[in-house]
Design a protein around this ligand. Structure first.
Ligand code: SAJ
Length: 434
């Protein structure tokens, strides 16, 4: 850690009657972001309590284990637990920093569901002491940090809670600091990426910065909570729109009969063109979800963002239909679907278009579906009982007449034209071209 923080100095207050315990961080939510952040903070000298509603997760972490697959995470957690700088609990402790890293799923009608963030705020409220700082990291619709402030203010009338644009001296600090790490590179990017720190007031941003500057080697950039909330949604919408362009191109190319991979490769030789790669759709808990939060905030204005979401969702249905056409072309044959994860070399199947496609096909063609997915030992529950089966790459290739690349896992990249000779091949990722 850089230096022990002085909450009084940062908040510009006189001495606090009951200062929150120094150096203690409570990370609420031990998922893909919370657990790596908790373990990393512990490795930087903070005393960290990771809080989760799942007793199973708490027990696993306290035993030095991890419940998610992420590069370097197991060692980090093991070391922090052994050093007793990290402990997990179902109870929220009193701490100097509270970091909320809980899920914010899509509710009905593609509207954001922030009930887990609200529940975290309610759990923190009774424990919080003057001088403490609450940071929201969960991807959230604009205005969520203010909602957290309102919840704490209601539960704790004894505290002066900061308000957007407020000038009064507050008892606690509140900030929004979006995570922006790439699954598969989380631990590295937590340290090296630039961070946007959005304070409800400037003093709040300064206070939150005490935590981030202790471990972030990138730049820490200060702004308001509302801007920071918007920045996060914009980043992922930018990527979604650009992937939608690539996916739409792939469908245009199919229609007019040109090779999309050639088109993109050659167009990208223009100095100001950088087209992303088409695939079977967009997955993961971020890019396929967050743009809807932006749309929900400005439904009339967010036309391109909404259309991009629709194009990327449609790409999965389009891919499914193309595979169905192959199944009709080889009516006795089996199809080997290569990959289920939402992107290469990851065991994460959340919002995965590959899984969605496999599930739809399995419902109608059960026994003809062979799934090849090196990142799982069991057939996902979505496919259980459909007649579809999990196969190794060798077995899948031996048995299938049709081969579809849904995910370009490294384990598939050695495939050569000879391995696929005589088969109907559909490569949604352009993997076999590389
Ligand atoms: N994809 C394509 N074509 C491409 C690139 C990606 O089809 O050219 C697909 C992937 O296969 C996958 C989906 O998009 O299905 C999303 O993958 P990704 O690697 O683009 O992003 P995520 O979801 O793993 O992580 C994103 C990152 N955001 C941006 O790059 C703007 C990450 O930095 C965020 O922290 C993360 O979302 C998040 O948590 O919000």
């Amino acid at each position: 850690m850089n230096a022990p923080f002085d909450a009084t100095a940062v908040l510009g207050r006189k001495a606090l009657a009951h200062p929150a315990p120094d150096h203690q961080v409570a990370v609420i939510g031990l998922g893909y972001i919370g657990l790596p952040t908790a373990a990393l903070l512990a490795s930087y000298g903070w005393s960290v309590c990771g809080v989760d509603v799942s007793q199973r997760v708490v027990d696993t972490v306290n035993a030095g284990g991890v419940h998610i697959e992420e590069r370097d995470l197991d060692t980090l957690v093991q070391q922090a637990i052994a050093a007793q700088t990290l402990v997990a609990s179902c109870e929220v402790p009193t701490a100097s920093f509270y970091m909320i890293a809980v899920p914010t799923p899509l509710g009905t009608g593609n509207t954001p569901d922030i009930s887990f963030v609200e529940a975290a705020a309610r759990a923190i409220a009774p424990k919080i002491l003057p001088g403490a700082c609450v940071i929201v990291e969960s991807t959230s619709p604009v205005g969520t940090t203010e909602r957290v402030a309102a919840i704490i203010a209601e539960a704790r009338p004894d505290l002066v809670v900061p308000r957007d644009g407020g000038t009064e001296e507050a008892d606690i600090a509140l900030a929004y600091c979006p995570e922006r790490v790439l699954p598969g590179r989380i631990v590295n990017e937590l340290v090296h990426n630039d961070r946007v720190i959005g304070g409800v007031t400037p003093a709040c941003a300064e206070r939150a910065a005490v935590l981030y500057t202790s471990f972030v080697k990138g730049d820490c950039l200060y702004t308001t909570a509302r801007v920071a909330e918007t920045v996060k949604l914009v980043e992922n919408s930018f990527r979604d729109v650009n992937i939608a362009f690539a996916n739409e191109l792939s469908m245009i190319a199919d229609t007019i009969g040109v090779d999309v991979w050639d088109v993109i490769r050659l167009a990208n030789r223009h100095p100001r063109v950088n087209i992303l790669q088409p695939g079977p759709g967009v997955g993961g808990h971020c890019i396929a979800v967050d743009p809807w939060f932006l749309v929900a905030g400005a439904p009339q204005a967010a036309r391109l963002v909404r259309t991009a979401r629709e194009v990327n969702d449609h790409k999965a249905h389009y891919t499914e239909e193309r595979i169905r056409a192959l199944l009709s072309a080889a009516p006795e044959g089996k199809v080997a679907l290569l990959g289920l994860a939402f992107k290469p070399d990851i065991d994460d199947f959340r919002e995965s278009p590959a899984l969605e496609i496999a599930e739809a096909l399995a419902r109608t063609h059960g026994e003809r579906i062979l799934v090849v997915e090196p990142f799982t030992e069991d057939l996902p529950t979505a496919l259980a009982g459909t007649g579809a089966s999990l196969a190794t790459l060798d077995a899948g290739l031996r048995q299938a007449e049709i081969v579809v690349v849904l995910v370009d896992h490294t384990a598939f990249r050695h495939l050569s034209p000879q391995d696929l000779a005589g088969k109907l091949v559909f490569d949604t990722r352009g993997m076999l071209r590389r």
